[in-house]
Design a protein. Structure first.
Length: 406
């Protein structure tokens, strides 16, 4: 049910991530607003045209100056700008006493992550990272199935993104390193690493990476990784914005007594044509598919997921916490990440993910480091990598200042 005390949320960044016609996150935030879970109190963008359009569409005051917006009585702020701005805006939010959530990747580099973390600690506010994949209904159910022991002990986790067909969007950004395509390794890479961690249920210890380079600066544009976890699980993934033949993304968790599969974009969301299945191994060695029932209401052109029931022994039931207002399976993951920081502000409750967003980026950086040196990389990283130094130099060249001197 909706909270009696609603967090006042401000949004910084009115680009495609927040205002996209179909999947823009403000669509789901406005559903939470109408459902009484939070108050969409303000939007902000450096472009007055974008800010005004978002303010008018979602019926919220708009700003072109983040500091002015942060000076109002907001409880928390969602920072949905390019990742090389996160540390600047996150620090600014903290200095204004606002709890904040940044889009993934958490920041440009690990030192930039730490700048935000330290600013939040100093100000006594919470920070969150908008990693939504593990919060989507399918992935919640997959995790529940693992925890219930449906497939025995997890052995391997595969996360293959397939063809995203969006490599060209990097060229619309104004920062030189994004134009060269490296956005795929950071932007999609943190998604893949989060999924590997979630299903492995452990902390990564060693990463072996392979990368391919390209663009005028010969920077990393594609990567593949083998990840060893402390509990012995092995993760396998590929990181790219491949403009290929439209291969279907898939996730596979292989266990000692079965497997879990998820197919399709947006974490296999059914309303996006995706699917999920769980196979259990019988004593005969044959596999049995466990029935999965999704209870959905359709109102007009929108669908609302009520629950997912796995007909196993014992039965598993996932109940959508925002079934009364948030449309689509994909929207639930967005709603959960936003409500993580909203609930932190209202109930003084630590956000669900937080520091794990830094670990996702650390894993991606380790893939690049391993691919560059042709050596396995142990985690956690204990010093700044050559790749991070390269990014800091590129930032300084483009913006005229050290990224950590803000």
């Amino acid at each position: 049910m909706a909270s009696k005390r609603k967090a006042k949320l401000g949004v910084i960044g009115c680009g495609d991530v927040t205002t996209g016609e179909r999947f823009g996150h403000l669509n789901y935030i406005s559903e939470l607003h109408r459902g009484g879970y939070l108050e969409l109190a303000a939007v902000c963008d450096i472009s007055e045209e974008r800010a005004k359009a978002a303010g008018e569409k979602f019926k919220a005051p708009y700003y072109t100056d983040a500091e002015k917006m942060l000076s109002t009585d907001l409880d928390c702020v969602y920072i949905a700008t390019p990742d090389y701005t996160h540390h600047v805006l996150g620090k600014l939010a903290a200095e204004h006493g606002k709890h904040f959530i940044v889009e993934k990747p958490m920041a440009l580099t690990l030192p930039c992550c730490d700048l935000m973390i330290n600013a939040a600690k100093k100000a006594g506010v919470y920070f969150e990272v908008a990693e939504n994949y593990f919060r989507t209904p399918n992935e919640r159910v997959m995790k529940m199935a693992i925890q219930q022991g449906l497939i025995g002990d997890v052995l391997r986790v595969y996360v293959i993104p397939g063809s995203m067909r969006i490599a060209g969007r990097a060229a619309t950004r104004d920062f030189c390193w994004l134009i060269n395509g490296t956005i795929s390794l950071h932007d999609m890479g943190v998604h893949q690493m989060s999924q590997l961690k979630n299903f492995a249920g452990s902390t990564p210890s060693v990463i072996r990476g392979v990368i391919q380079r390209g663009g005028k600066n010969n920077w990393p544009m594609w990567g593949s990784a083998l990840v060893e976890f402390e509990n012995g699980v092995v993760g396998i993934t590929e990181i790219s914005y491949d403009e290929g033949a439209g291969e279907t993304p898939f996730r596979k968790i292989a266990g000692t007594r079965g497997c879990i599969y998820s197919y399709g974009i947006f974490c296999g969301a059914a309303d996006m044509g995706g699917s999920m299945k769980i196979l259990q191994k019988k004593e005969t060695g044959e596999f049995h598919e466990v029935p999965i029932i999704k209870n959905v209401r359709v109102i007009g052109d929108k669908s609302y997921l009520d629950s997912i029931v796995v007909k196993s022994e014992p039965e598993i039931t996932y109940v959508n916490p925002y079934r009364d207002c948030v449309s689509g399976e994909w929207g639930v993951g967005i709603a959960e990440e936003i409500m993580s920081i909203a609930n932190a502000a209202v109930y003084d409750k630590p956000p669900e993910y937080g520091i794990e967003g830094r670990r996702d980026l650390e894993m991606v950086i380790a893939v690049i480091e391993s691919g560059t040196t042709n050596r396995p990389v142990k985690l956690p990283l204990t010093k700044m990598t050559k790749w991070e130094k390269t990014l800091h130099e590129a930032y300084k060249k483009h913006f005229g200042k050290d990224p950590l001197k803000v």
